[in-house]
Design a protein around this ligand. Structure first.
Ligand code: ADP
Length: 483
């Protein structure tokens, strides 16, 4: 089967979060299943610098683009997956983050930028760029590709479309002038199409028009059909419930395995845990914390936003710092959270290590060196760090939501007895519930035999992409209706 996989980021070319990990790994896993899958991405400035050898394969005149748009072909580094890059310099040849400027605010022309990207994807999907390659399925991801299923609905024949929601909170909302500027069919200014409470909604292009909808965990698939998690779209998602499924993300163990991870100070495995101590010591040194092997080292990596429950961590910090533990955090995001963490570090220099920024290598070293991983998310479509933590024997402390609920087994007396415990799970999104859960973890940490057993059990969990890729392939095969 020929599959065009459309995304606004893919590791290792460009990454801001979990979407990149998925878009870098799932196409590879589908290729391992003998499918002809090709990736399409915007040619951001930073990405072009990393893309290696590229060939221009087409030049397009697109509605909404005052310049000709080039299609460049290369391969996803470390794989055999062909990549098409949409090179529209006015849209993508600028420094920094794919979605926001140096001031941290969204680029003001995001609607035009990603509309150009979507129109280019449609040309590829309809084999109008001279490649002589016509995909059977187009798999779109998040709002940046949301106009693709809508635009393809105007074409016959056309490939079937799949739209995956990686985070429903990011919807690509723009004002009505933005809608008018994009030259889309005027009938789409309707609550039954792209309008969302007086705004243009890119994500609705996917949610309304795609033939199949997926999200990245079974629990999140159920949650987004409720008002609490539906971000105003639960009504629409309930209408489309028959087309909506949850498929858990996998981990790319070629990149995230402590037995072979080249970014680590020492390797370790379930059979030989010794190297984990060396990683812990190196991490303590890196963060300027006392190198004490006995103190439990907690960690957090992620975007510093409310979704991730950073405010809960800040709320309990004074209490936490009274306990015998250390905490190392890596992240960037909302300025207020960044400032609060920096300030806290000066208060607790012996206990708290903070790095503000984005650092892929350090993320690996934290996973390897920490004992426990904090992930108290308010909602979490799938979450990858807890899955990486399991493999690195770093027991996750998570809230029971979305993919966190689907991947971590709470350490209760029963699950510890049965040998199925892999972490610690709490329910209420409150500082008290988080602290109580941490205290449970601290108690288990002092019981060395039970602790080591839980670590080994966590490390034995298999969330590799092979299984999830099979589920996507089945979904692609089941989609006969539309084409
Ligand atoms: P989300 O997609 O909501 O940001 P996920 O847990 O699904 O969260 O994926 C986050 C990915 O981004 C993980 O691979 C994580 O290691 C990485 N990441 C997030 N913040 C940072 C950071 N500051 N430095 C390095 N890696 C980060």
């Amino acid at each position: 089967m020929k599959i065009l996989f459309a995304s606004s980021e893919a590791h290792p070319l460009i990454k801001t979060g979990g979407l990149a990990d998925v878009s870098g790994a799932l196409p590879k896993a589908l290729r391992d299943l003998k499918q002809d899958v090709r990736l399409v991405l915007p040619a951001y400035q930073e990405l072009l610098a990393r893309a290696g050898h590229l060939t221009e394969v087409a030049r397009l005149a697109l509605t909404g683009s005052v310049e000709p748009v080039r299609v460049l072909e290369g391969v996803l580094p470390g794989s055999a997956v062909p990549v098409y890059l949409i090179d529209a310099p006015l849209c993508f040849d600028r420094p920094g983050n794919p979605y926001s400027g140096p001031d941290g605010k969204d680029w003001p022309d995001n609607a035009q930028r990603f509309a150009v990207f979507c129109r280019a994807i449609v040309e590829l999907a309809q084999d109008r760029v001279g490649l002589n390659w016509r995909p059977d399925r187009v798999h779109c991801n998040d709002w940046q590709t949301g106009l693709v299923p809508a635009l393809l609905s105007l074409e016959t024949p056309r490939p079937a479309t799949i739209f995956t929601v990686h985070n429903l909170a990011y919807q690509g909302l723009f004002d009505q002038a933005g809608f008018l500027a994009l030259d889309l069919p005027s009938t789409w200014w309707s609550m039954h199409a792209l309008e969302f409470h007086g705004h243009l909604s890119f994500i609705k292009g996917g949610l309304v028009f795609a033939d199949a909808l997926t999200t990245v965990s079974p629990t999140y698939a159920a949650e987004i059909r409720t008002p609490e998690f539906g971000c105003g779209l639960d009504g629409l998602l309930n209408q489309r419930a028959a087309q909506l499924t949850g498929i858990l993300n996998g981990a790319d163990y070629a990149l995230w395995d402590p037995a072979s991870d080249p970014l680590l100070d020492a390797h370790f495995s379930r059979q030989s845990l010794k190297g984990k101590d060396a990683n812990k010591q190196a991490l303590q040194q890196f963060f300027g914390l006392p190198t004490d092997a006995r103190l439990p080292l907690f960690a957090h990596i992620g975007r510093l936003v409310e979704q991730k429950g950073i405010d809960l961590v800040l709320d309990i910090l004074p209490e936490l710092m009274r306990r015998p533990l250390q905490l190392a955090m890596l992240g960037s995001g909302q300025a207020a959270f960044e400032a609060a963490l920096r300030a806290a570090q000066t208060v607790y220099p012996e206990r708290l290590g903070i790095r503000i920024g984005y650092d892929e290598g350090l993320a690996h070293r934290i996973e390897a060196g920490a004992d426990l991983f904090l992930m108290p998310s308010r909602f979490e479509p799938c979450g990858l760090n807890q899955i990486y933590s399991l493999r690195y024997g770093t027991l996750p402390i998570v809230r029971r939501t979305g993919g966190l609920a689907d991947t971590v087994v709470d350490a209760t007396p029963a699950s510890l007895d049965a040998g199925t415990a892999t972490g610690f799970v709490f329910d209420a999104a409150t500082p008290e519930a988080l602290l109580a859960c941490i205290d449970r973890a601290l108690r288990l940490y002092t019981q060395r035999t039970a602790w080591t057993r839980a670590i080994k059990n966590a490390m034995a969990q298999d969330f590799s992409w092979a299984r999830s890729a099979q589920l996507y392939l089945k979904l692609y095969l089941d989609l006969y209706r539309a084409t």
